[in-house]
Design a protein around this ligand. Structure first.
Ligand code: NAI
Ligand code: MG
Length: 326
């Protein structure tokens, strides 16, 4: 069956790493059809809209989207796009790779972040001058969905440790419901798990990342803890992510448009290529996903390397090396 993939390169280095991912996907024996669409700062300038209706429609109709990065319009593009694909889970692996400098080379973490509610519900108001409020929404349905996804992910990917992050000692109602629901899901599945207060967890992750595997988090906690873990493995050029929905999904590197290096052809394509591997996994091409991941990992271990990893190779050199290994 042919899968239709929306390709939205965006701005800056998004335009350099996205073609690399498409090239590598085209080299694999998978049945994908690419539909290109535009969004971002340049699109806003040209059309008056950062996310044109046409791009939305392309993402909505596709089986999955591959998204590069946009610049200042990020909030107007990526947040609505995550909604367009109905994403409830944000999957963010933070893994150290052999041969590369990492603060903690033993790090192998995957954050499963609730992607629809919590502090990012968007319900904010000014009650009176100088007083503003935010409504933190937590539902049993979304909590159950993210916990089930997290436990299933751990099982399918061979992680023994599942940690549920929360702050239910203070946010008793909202995180109370999140925690209770996750615990119920664990019992139903007869799964081992730990719970951790998210502030203390931030410290433990830095000192002993090897004690953790899959971390199931409320929205804001997942956003922050995953960036913290990114610091442990050394470099935004390495971190992929997936926004998973029921019938659709969007895959993107964690990094932005990197205006400081855009146009020079030196962006590290690894984050985008790992995102493409997550896309293959999602479309149930596990063998091809593993092949791609291994080719990128071997290239990270043996080179060539882009300047962010201390080398002097360009995006195209690294992509060619990955293609060779495939
Ligand atoms: P950034 O991720 O674009 O760059 C941060 C630093 O990491 C820069 O020094 C950059 O050169 C480096 N870097 C990032 N990716 C790299 C790669 N693949 N290879 C080598 N080096 C890499 O974040 P920054 O500078 O905070 O934001 C730049 C723009 O990107 C802003 O306009 C921001 O709004 C946007 N942004 C967009 C996102 C998205 O589209 N999802 C996410 C984050 C930021
Ligand atoms: Mg963030």
């Amino acid at each position: 069956m042919t899968h239709e993939i929306a390709v939205i390169p965006g701005d800056g280095i998004g335009r350099e790493v996205t073609p690399a991912a498409v090239e590598v996907l085209e080299a694999l024996p998978v049945d994908l059809e690419f539909v290109h669409a535009e969004a971002g700062d340049a699109t806003l300038e040209e059309t008056g809209e950062a996310l044109p209706a046409e791009t939305r429609a392309v993402a909505e109709e596709a089986d999955a989207t591959l998204f590069g990065a946009v610049g200042e319009t990020a909030a107007d593009v990526i947040l609505p796009l995550r909604e367009v694909v109905g994403s409830f889970a944000n999957v963010r692996p933070a893994r150290a790779y052999p041969g590369l400098d990492a603060v903690k080379p033993e790090t192998d973490l995957v954050f499963i972040r609730e992607n629809t509610e919590g502090v990012y519900s968007g319900i904010e108001s000014e009650i009176t001058e100088g007083v503003r409020t935010l409504t933190r929404v937590v539902t049993e349905e979304a909590s159950r969905e993210i916990a089930e996804y997290g436990f299933r992910y751990a099982q399918r990917n061979g992680y023994d440790d599942v940690t549920v992050a929360h702050k239910a000692n203070v946010m008793r109602e909202t995180d109370g419901l999140f925690l209770e629901t996750a615990e119920r899901v664990a019992e139903e599945r007869d799964a081992d798990y730990d719970t951790a207060l998210m502030d203390a967890l931030a410290m433990h992750l830095i000192i002993h990342p090897e004690d953790y595997g899959v971390v199931v988090c409320p929205n804001l906690a997942g956003d922050m803890l995953s960036d913290l873990a990114a610091g442990l493995v050394g470099g935004l050029g390495l971190l992929p992510s997936a926004n998973i929905g029921h019938e659709n999904a969007l895959f993107e590197p964690v990094h932005g448009s990197a205006p400081d290096i855009a146009g020079q052809g030196v962006a590290n394509p690894a984050a985008m290529l790992f995102s493409a591997a997550m896309l293959l996994e999602h479309l149930e091409y596990p063998d091809e996903a593993a092949r791609l991941r291994e080719a990128v990992e071997a290239t990270l271990a043996e080179g060539p390397h882009t300047p962010d990893l201390g080398g002097d190779a360009g995006t195209e050199d690294v992509t060619a090396a990955v293609l060779d290994r495939l």
